[in-house]
Ligand binder design. Sequence first.
Ligand code: PMP
Length: 426
Amino acid sequence: MSHSEQLFARAQKVIPGGVNSPVRAFKSVGGTPLFIERAEQAYLFDADGKRYIDYVGSWGPMIAGHANPEIIAAVKEAVDYGLSYGAPTSIEVDMAERICEIMPSIEMVRMVNSGTEATMSAIRLARGFTGRDNILKFEGGYHGHADSLLVKAGSGALTLGEPDSPGVPADIAKHTLTLDYNNSEQVEALFKAQGDSIACIIVEPVSGNMNCVPPVPGFLETLRKVCDEYGAILILDEVMTGFRVAKGGAQAYYNIKPDLTTLGKIIGGGMPVGAFGGRADIMQQLAPTGPVYQAGTLSGNPIAMAAGLKTLEIISRDGFYEDLDRKTDRMVKGMLLAASDNGVPMTSNRVGAMFGLFFSKEQLITNFSQVKQCDIGSFNRFFHGMLQEGVNLAPSAYEAGFVSSAHTDQDIDNTIAAARKVFVNL
Ligand code: PMP
């Protein structure tokens, strides 16, 4: 028995499914999840000492590489001052100023502890501000696990076949309207019929929880337009895309100004952090300036802020995104060539350092029903073959992949060489 197998057996006795977040369990791909002992640069090392080139990056945050020495040093320095005070600190102000600078649509911001808290709070705020109950999301979109958002959800909920979780009261779920991602006509028709009842639209500007599906031209613009027309709030959920597809997130990449933005992952640099922010007139409705309640014992935690601020400093350096873009392009093009050389039907999507590989004969994947038709069996065999070759991909066909600044050209070329081997026997 490997160390991972031993640990998984122990874990399953005391942790549901042996994991603290469902997708980690390898349930859809089969087999035993790797228990990780440490990580460095582009690599994970498992409990059996095997090294993997990693394209999960803790599901997005590790854009500057694992155990980045500058981030670790910033955390170590912060730790000596105490772990938490439950009182305001200067580093929170630095963080808020930095976020507002990088994303100009954010005039005020509040820190929370996860992406789930960010989206849950942003939705409450949108409902409080507009006095409306209904929200619109898109099928296959994942925005964390708050009740209102586990309706036709993506990510692990989709992978495990529970997009509408039991435990969400029907009286809450009925206020979550869902439409097809990238279908502007449906959005216009819905708003025409009942736009006055809709508090907000929440959308992943690049969908990253049903593999990777970018917005078609005009889709985000339509969302902006109907929100303006009907007085609804546009929430761009940039928990994944923020500081990932571009420094200023998808809103900079596609030039769309949301009313509210939700953030997570990269702003924590690997620590548990989320944030939501946007128009000052909306944000001022939050307690204590306004009546919409939202709070957090550990929100703005100084250690988490130190990791996040250092990460934001690193990504702001000249050439950071150009380099990531080039490397991710090299990776995706290499994969596609390796697949076609071996007669494996594969297509891909990529926005900046976020990519998706699809086992599909289609040339262009733009919607959820196309994603669902991809060949899951091939993905699962590919996933395990790559693991065998020392490459860690997300254990689900419904997740995006991420490249970090620590991936070298050699790492990428080794990944493509591994894929070539796996494709031969796929
Ligand atoms: N929104 C999006 C777009 C996400 O990808 C995720 C998590 N993958 C979340 C929200 C929830 O974030 P967390 O897991 O930190 O609660």
